[in-house]
Design a protein around this ligand. Structure first.
Ligand SMILES: [Zn+2]
Length: 208
């Protein structure tokens, strides 16, 4: 059985914001043609267990934090009117507070005046420097008159939607493994399951 950890530590681990990747001389995994092909730089951090160089790692970590921040807010907002119990609110705010502490240590990443969905332009540009030849053809030729993206979306919105989709999927896939945070949630779940059973029995016994 693992040692209990604070919620903030559990979130860090769930995010994959760990230390150096295992072994020496591990190369950054970024390799997409839009990134200019294989990165080849030495990996420094891991995000979602993926070794990344400094520039790609900082952008990836900031994006992961911003996505988690939004996801927590989204689920809280969705759950509150429907359930509204103190326990649900407590679980949500505990997660939110823990995440805030993580973000506070990284003011350069998130919440800056240049904030672009939680990631500064500086970090994005450092990780993915602009190059005309890397531009998507549709982005290059985009006009309002002839929308080439779904629903006539602006290219910025279109690519951002895709980015959020993949960030969300990465978090969900990564988190589908046992983590310490699950133990806290499991305890709350156990209570809910037990109480549901009790209530069901009372109802069947005609107590209400
Ligand atoms: Zn890299």
């Amino acid at each position: 059985m693992t040692e209990p950890t604070t919620t903030a530590e559990a979130i860090k681990r769930a995010l994959g914001i760990t230390h150096a990747p295992p072994g020496e001389e591990v190369r950054c995994v970024v390799a997409h043609p839009a990134a200019g092909g294989p990165c080849k730089r030495i990996a420094v951090p891991e995000v979602y267990g993926l070794p990344l160089c400094k520039a790609h790692g900082e952008e990836a970590e900031a994006s992961a934090l911003a996505e988690l921040d939004e996801a927590i807010g989204f689920y809280l907002a969705a759950a509150t009117p429907a359930v509204g119990s103190d326990d649900v609110l407590y679980a949500g705010s505990a997660l939110g507070e823990a995440l805030e502490r993580v973000l506070r240590d990284r003011p350069r990443f998130c919440g800056a005046p240049t904030d672009n969905e939680g990631v500064s332009e500086e970090l994005t540009t450092a990780a993915y420097p602009f190059a005309e030849e890397l531009l998507d053809e549709r982005t290059k030729t985009w006009t309002w008159d002839e929308p080439t993206y779904p629903y006539g979306m602006h290219p910025v919105d279109y690519w951002n939607e895709r980015r959020w989709l993949f960030l969300r999927m990465m978090r969900m896939v990564y988190q589908w493994t046992p983590r310490d945070l699950l133990r806290d949630l499991e305890l709350m779940c156990e209570e809910a399951v037990a109480q549901r059973g009790f209530a069901s029995k009372l109802s069947a016994d005609g107590c209400w």
